[in-house]
Design a protein around this ligand. Sequence first.
Ligand code: FUL
Length: 655
Amino acid sequence: MYTNRFIFSIAIIIGLAACSGNTKLVEKIPEPAPYGVLPAERQLRWQELESYVLVHFTPTTFENKEWGYGDADPSSFNPSAFDASQIVQAAAAGGFKGLILVAKHHDGFALWPTKTTSYNISKSPWKNGGGDMVKEFETATRKMGLQFGVYCSPWDRNFPAYGSFEYVKAFREQLRELYSNYGQLFITWFDGANGGDGYYGGAREKRNIDRTTYYGWDTTWNMVRELQPGAVIFNDMGDVRWVGNEEGHAAETSWATFTPQPLDGKTVAAPGELKYWLSPEGTRNGEFWKPAECDVPLRPGWFYHPEQDHRVKTPAQLFDLYFKSVGRGAALDLGLSPDRRGLLHANDVESLSKFGALLKETFATNLASKAELKVSNIRGNAASKFGPKMLVDEDRYSYWATDDSVSKAEILLEWKEPVKFNIVRIRENIKLGQRIERIAIDVSENGNWKELATATSIGANRLVRLPFFVTAKQLRIRILQSPVCLAISDLAVFKEPDQLPGVSYEMKKAPDALDKSAWKLVSVSAESKLPAGAALHAFDNDPSTIWHTWNNEKEMMPPPQEIVIDMGGVQTIKAFTYLPRVGGSWGVVGQYEWQVSVDGKSWSTAATGEFSNIKANPIEQVVSLPAPIKCRYFRFIGKSSVEDNYISAAELGAL
Ligand code: FUL
């Protein structure tokens, strides 16, 4: 039952608020004191954007890889029909408010005519070497009313002097060029992947750097502040933290504040080197205001691969991710990958435009603005300044506030006719910090209150999406836990469409996977040390079971490790696949080799290379062969693992 106490206090408040017409008195009622660390102006602007895209398009696109080694010939970068506005328009249709261009990825190829390295766009045949792709993206982005940002990879697998101070100087110069010639940026994005093997001007070697000291980040951050004061720094040591996965979701509880924790055995946390498992949730009362950004590619990988044309995320999947990122106070950063023409594939365009239409339709009508709003307490009874109408005025910084002594309160919404909904949005005025820890949402059914949901970590934006529709005349929000009084800026109620849109490519299958029912295990390295049958998990069609070379009771068997499989008869193979384990990166293969044989006696190498970015983005790896190969047996060799420990595989397969 709706408590008498609540009705009583509402009555009093309405009465008092009505009497508080004296504007002078109202003005005197002070704002609540801020709580904890607060966002900077640039972070407020970033928070308001909510979602933006990240475009990867470099010679790596033409190599069909996820990480270029730094040795691709610049002549390979020759898009036949590049059109930045086609890409920007598709992003805008998806409702995205900004675009970040990867101006230089790990392969080191600069998309602008930089003075810092000859490995740049001027050496490509595109526009006879006279083009500037960063400029073209910037112009198209601004034309569509979106904001522009840049990603310039700290790791450079081409630069001969990578690892020495000479490179750091060149890197800073690259940033200076980008910050000086492409207008006001909303973000500057620094990736954590750093150091490792690369071409390095022909040295082809592994170069490790000390992540805590090598880049001298403080000097670089000062440069950002000086040249681009409005830009947020995406980096765990900057203004916006990486959410810790590339799947596009924050944790259910996700705080805007964060204290990066050094890894065990280290004294300081550094970009690319901290306890990332704490990032999805952040830190309650953390040392810094450092909200999360959820980055996730529209396709499985960040770069375009023709074999992923039918694996574009659907509008319904994007909608779900929107609630798990934007709806948890984070930003959604969606990866777009132009194809070799320099355009987005039709499937990507279709998905983005249907997703955008879905968002528009869902958030078109705020049902709360049609309800009568009552609250259990108003700060100083100053309804005109801190009253409930501030909740529905579409201003993120005007707010309903309670008295200093009141940290638990209720909002009641009443409609004349029943309304149907499934989404509740609640926002705090984050200029006063992230205050609220927990709320509950109830509806009244025949006069009885029923709890529908609870939510934590409110902050800048919290969307509660119920998995069912509710039809009711009364809705109640109970603020259950907050260390201080409340400052809520926004309360909204929406209904998503009854039917989410489908897409034309949804039912199509990826290239045919070979049936594995006749596959047999021939041999596995370190066999005597593994439990019998353990290796069968590599091809049992069950992604939740794994083959791994770590015998719990005995020892960890380090790479290289191999497994030999008989496919039961001669097959024509165009690609091999490796699915890493889910949950954890132990044993996940870095360097691989596949050998093939017709008779099981004479062998040849079919493919060898690295699974780029597999640690951050552990998706199925499809290794296409230069030409289809006939074979009956294959040998998979895990030559190294990303954690330098042992080898594991959830599934091996062939197409
Ligand atoms: C990662 C990089 O290693 C990927 O290649 C990609 O650029 C992604 C957005 O960040 O960490």
